[in-house]
Each structure stands twice: as C-alpha cells, then as structure tokens.
Design a protein around this ligand. Sequence first.
Ligand SMILES: Cc1cc2nc3c(=O)[nH]c(=O)nc-3n(C[C@H](O)[C@H](O)[C@H](O)COP(=O)(O)O)c2cc1C
Length: 251
Amino acid sequence: MNDMTPSSDPPPVAASTVAEALLTRRSVRAFLPTPVPRDLIERLLALAARSASNSNCQPWHVHVLSGGAKRRLTEDLWRALDANGGATVREYPYQPSPESWREPFRSRRHCFGVGLYRDTLGIDAANTEGRLAHHRRNYDFFGAPVGMILTVSEHPLASGLVDAGLFLQALMLAARQAGLDTCPQASFIDFYPVLRRHLKIPDDQITVCGLALGYADQHHRLNHYRTTREPVREFTTFHGDEPAGSQVSPA
Ligand SMILES: Cc1cc2nc3c(=O)[nH]c(=O)nc-3n(C[C@H](O)[C@H](O)[C@H](O)COP(=O)(O)O)c2cc1C
C-alpha cells in the first residue's frame, strides 16, 4: 500500500502481505520526525476496528496525540516519573513483581533485557541511571510523531483486554503495510492517574497501553535489536491423527 505513504526520504519499506507484516513488525524505539498524516492514521484505525471482539462489543477507545498535545502529556509523565522514580500502584494486576516471575518467562524476560540494555545500548545491570534514562524515553513515545493511548471498557475486563490485544496487533500490522512502525508500551500504565487526568479518561475505562507510531529511524542502534521466538513445537500440542509422513514445521 505504497500510495498511503508520504513522499518522505528515505522511502519506508512497506509490507505487502500479512506474512510480511508479521515478519517485519518489531518494536521500534527510535523514530524520524516525519509526520504521519491524519487521514492515514484514521485509515489504520478503521482497519484495526475490523478486529474480532467478544459479541462485537468493540470495547476499545484510542487517544491519538501529536504536536503540543503529545509534548504536554510527555512533560506531565516525566514530572511524575522524576517525582517518584516510577514506583506506582497499577490500576489492575498487569504482571508479577520482578522477583516473582516464574520460568520460562523469567529467563525469556532476562534475555530480552540483556539484549536490549547490555548488548544494544551498552548499559549493564548495575547502571540504574542509564536504565532509567532509557526507560524515560518511553514517555515521549521514543520520539515518534504520533503517540496513542489505548483504553478499554472495564466491563467486562477480561474479554475487553483480549479484544484490545487483537485491535493492537491489527493496528501494528496495518501500520507495517503503510511503511510505518510501532512500539506497544505498557510503561504508560504506571502513570494511569496522569493519563486519566490529562486525557479525561472516564472512570469506566482502563488504560491498556501506549503505542508509538511513526517512521523508523533505520540507522539508530536501538532499531537493530531483533528478538527471537520459540519454535512451534514448544508452544503447540496437536490432538488428533497425524497424516502419515506429515511433520510439525520446525519454526
Ligand atoms: C502489551 C505490550 C507492552 C509492551 N510495553 C513495552 C514498553 O513499555 N516499552 C518497550 O520498550 N517495549 C514494550 N513492549 C515491547 C516488547 O518488549 C516486545 O514486543 C517484545 O520484546 C518482542 O519484541 P518485538 O516486538 O520487537 O518483536 C511491549 C509489548 C507489548 C505487547
């Protein structure tokens, strides 16, 4: 869908199949300042809204921020981060505390952290200042021209979160087709009171995550990091008869 991209330099590489979108989507953490036209954002949101949802409830809501509105939110969030170091109570249980993660997630999480902080950024585990400096960049959406905050109706919470996940993935894939990149960001939920106040989020909505959207800075070292995946056999159980000679694909 190259007709959806503005004539910016360098030309973004767009995905033209679902498989390409899946394979080229990755979390981008450094963006070019190139603006994303509003009609393109609306088109991506319209595509994402085609996602399935429980009984077609479509419980999602998206706050789209750019320019001064985005900057003001970032400043508010940085003030909150600087005031309390980021230690906040979340609106709902999101993930275990750092010490209570279980295997295999503990090791995968560790591996991700080492890959990002030590191998990509050269920040070792003891360098709390360096880690915080990187973490802080979450709140300016890693320099993306567009920041989104995805919220969902808390009624009923579990199905709403599933639906929001589908919406989020669809949005990220549609972005790839337009030559855009994204980073989903749960960091934002640490400051849900700031988001609530700033964006006037109603009480019956909860914050799912943020999303940075823009054109990747392909030369930035942060965007050279690639995460790995477990092979299909690690997370799949087939029940039923296997046709003779067929095998589970190794990847
Ligand atoms: C719901 C969700 C929240 C995330 N929150 C953050 C975040 O706050 N900051 C960040 O840099 N990455 C965040 N990520 C990105 C993950 O670290 C990333 O998806 C994972 O390591 C796999 O890498 P990939 O997206 O490059 O394939 C989040 C991803 C998801 C799905």
